[in-house]
Design a protein around this ligand. Structure first.
Ligand code: PLP
Length: 245
């Protein structure tokens, strides 16, 4: 954990980091440690299904926290969060719309706007980024940008755009990460040493972003020119007597 955390601090600018088994576990642990028995405020536009039937509202319920929905499917403003805050509020949660887009008449507050609301009320802002890229990839929000915009904790996967082993990573304020580390669930959700070793290897590549783009397979494939993909597809098609569509 110490080796991975040192790299994560350097790559994201965070004060502290903790690695667990996957990002669903990271979100579960963050909510259990910071909001058990209390309220978590989330936009209705971010109550998403991650995949394979796993849904953020269900993860939230299992953490022992109570969900408070604000806004609408297409539009949520910072003021909606502010109005929902009461004596029972423990966390403002933001969830990246990783696998879908709502287009048209839409609005979601920026991380910095939500961070300002959270700060005014002395509450932590937890940002579940899902993919959590460390380099620039299209319009994906980066971990560092979320922290710089004022998120107190950022959760993301080790095995999506990061391209490492299955893992969940939490980075952010040292005092909050420490509360997660001391929570009883942490022991049950922690990453094992082979995962940590593999993650350390992947993170090491990111110390040189150009090297990461060349050597992390998912990044290499994402930046591969379409012509090269086409040539490969045509070669394969020829071998199996197929056609490229
Ligand atoms: C994928 C995803 C998760 C779950 O991550 P796993 O590492 O697959 O458990 C949680 N939140 C969001 C927004 C995601 O995209």
């Amino acid at each position: 954990q110490d080796h991975a955390a040192a790299l994560l601090r350097r790559l994201t600018g965070a004060e502290a980091a903790l690695v667990v088994n996957n990002n669903a576990a990271a979100v579960l642990l963050a909510l259990a440690a910071l909001a058990e028995g209390r309220e978590v405020v989330v936009s209705r536009g971010e109550l998403i299904e991650i995949g394979d039937g796993f849904r953020i509202p269900d993860v939230l319920e299992r953490s022992g926290a109570r969900l408070v929905e604000v806004g609408t499917t297409n539009r949520t403003r910072a003021a909606d969060y502010e109005h929902a805050i009461g004596p029972e509020t423990a966390v403002l949660l933001r969830v990246h719309q990783s696998n879908f887009r709502v287009v048209g008449f839409t609005e979601l507050p920026a991380v910095s706007e939500l961070a300002a609301v959270a700060q005014r009320h002395g509450l932590p802002l937890v940002d579940d980024l899902g993919s959590g890229v460390l380099v620039e990839v299209a319009d994906e929000p980066s971990v560092r940008a979320s922290l710089e915009a004022g998120a107190d904790l950022v959760c993301f996967s080790g095995d999506k755009l990061l391209g490492g082993p299955q893992a969940g990573i939490v980075v952010g304020r040292a005092e909050l990460v420490e509360r997660l580390r001391r929570h009883p669930l942490q022991r049950a959700l922690r990453a094992d040493k082979l995962t940590l070793a593999a993650l350390e290897g992947t993170l090491g590549l990111y110390l040189d972003p150009d090297r990461a783009l060349r050597e992390v397979p998912v990044l290499r494939m994402l930046v591969e020119p379409a012509d090269e993909v086409r040539r490969r597809a045509e070669r394969l098609a020829e071998l199996v007597d197929g056609a490229v569509e």
